[in-house]
Design a protein around this ligand. Structure first.
Ligand code: GLY
Length: 419
């Protein structure tokens, strides 16, 4: 009898503990999302963004740097606005998101680089998901068509850039594929689902298979650039572009890989992709170079013995171990999704790793107060140290994936499906 009473009390105490924890986490998410919306509204009202340009980062004086729509990042600010609207259902925010998104319409036929998934799926993809506007669906299918023109059956992948000049000398490659490219596949999967045309999905699956074969080392760390010979289809070189060295692991590259393979598993349910996603995620979250606050150094091997930057790279001239909040935010979002595809302790481990990252990013160490940081939410990201660009700055995509991760976390706590 006594034992039964003690067990009942213990159960009640455990329940109360988890309920209180869940309420605290709900409050954490709401506070961060409301705070993020404040930043987004300030940015949308800012006079510092030139007409027809899209926010990206700030310069040393703290002034906004925006880009044309043809850069790889114009979809992130519209996408963040849509996430803000998803959170608070504010019609004014929806109108702002709509107007920023619709500026990108000309990109539906853009074929000059591979980033169309980032540009169009983060903007129009979210717009379609939240409004069901049929004209957006058509634009996304056209965009998938444009992206597909960069697929080459011989190499089995989508060409990222039109050329890539090695850091080592004069060699230039003409079929470079970067790990980031995995992110563009989501729009192809979407286009097949809504159009009924399997071609887009087939390209996406082939690209993922080729990437799985050529882009990873046995420990699931990733190369950034794999250069192919488009005639023979063979790999010519594996090099660094934004990472420290050819044989090192660029943190954001690894983040794109975790996210890309988790999403590819969602779309295919092929266990090979899940195995890869888990291997990539484990490499990221178990890495010993990451400091106690869970935000990685910009490259997992920067300045370690045995890693040597190419002679034309700026990487070895920047001796400070900068963090990359963007890599952390992308990975947090991916890990939350991954946690829904695996059982028990594994799920808890991925979810907890994501939550740890989010709590760090939401702390004053990374989250900028309103009225500062050019109205970007997060500080301390890195664009490209080898190119001596965007070092320890806010980046529009760090904010996008931070907000996305918070929304995913909210859905998980509410017991809702992510997809
Ligand atoms: N996709 C380019 C980058 O991550 O910097």
């Amino acid at each position: 009898m006594k034992f039964q009473k003690a067990t009942t009390l213990l159960c009640a105490a455990t329940f109360t503990f988890f309920q209180a924890k869940s309420q605290a986490e709900q409050a954490f998410i709401k506070e961060n999302l409301s705070f993020a919306v404040g930043h987004l509204e300030n940015m949308a009202a800012s006079k510092d963004i030139e007409k027809l340009k899209f926010p990206r980062t700030i310069n040393k004086e703290g002034k906004m740097i925006s880009t044309s729509m043809y850069d790889w990042t114009p979809g992130f600010f519209p996408g963040s606005l849509w996430y803000g609207y998803e959170f608070n259902k504010d019609e004014k925010l929806k109108a702002t998101a709509t107007s920023w998104t619709e500026q990108l319409e000309p990109l539906q036929t853009f074929t000059r680089h591979h980033d169309l998934g980032f540009m169009m799926y983060c903007s129009y993809g979210n717009a379609y998901r939240l409004t069901g506007n049929e004209s957006y669906k058509k634009i996304l299918i056209n965009s998938a068509n444009a992206l597909s023109t960069r697929f080459n059956a011989k190499t089995g992948c989508i060409k990222s850039w039109n050329s890539f000049k090695s850091w080592h000398g004069d060699k230039t490659y003409y079929f470079p594929v970067i790990i980031d490219n995995m992110m563009n596949l989501e729009m192809l999967f979407f286009a097949s689902k809504v159009s009924g045309d399997p071609r887009f999905k087939n390209i996406a699956v082939k690209h993922a298979e080729t990437t799985m074969k050529n882009h990873f080392r046995p420990d699931y760390s990733s190369y950034h650039v794999v250069c192919y010979d488009s005639v023979s289809g063979k790999v010519e070189a594996r090099e660094a572009a934004q990472g420290f060295a050819d044989n090192s692991t660029w943190a954001r590259g690894q983040a794109w890989a975790v996210y890309g393979f988790t999403m590819t598993y969602r779309e295919t349910k092929d266990p090979r992709f899940l195995k890869t996603a888990k291997g990539l995620a484990n490499y990221f979250i178990n890495n010993k170079s990451t400091p106690a606050d869970h935000i990685p150094i910009w490259d997992f091997n920067a300045w370690q013995k045995g890693y040597q930057p190419g002679k034309n790279s700026n990487a070895s001239k920047v001796p400070v171990l900068y963090r990359d909040a963007s890599a952390a935010a992308i990975t947090a979002s991916a890990l939350l999704e991954l946690s829904t595809y695996v059982p028990g302790a594994e799920a808890s481990r991925y979810k907890q790793a994501a939550v740890d990252i989010l709590h760090s990013l939401g702390s004053p160490a990374y989250r900028a107060p309103h009225g500062s940081n050019g109205d970007f939410i997060l500080e301390h990201s890195v664009g490209s140290i080898p190119h001596n660009g965007e070092i320890d700055v806010p980046l529009v995509y760090a904010d996008y994936y931070f907000i996305e991760a918070l929304l995913r976390y909210q859905k998980i706590l509410d017991g809702k499906k992510l997809f």
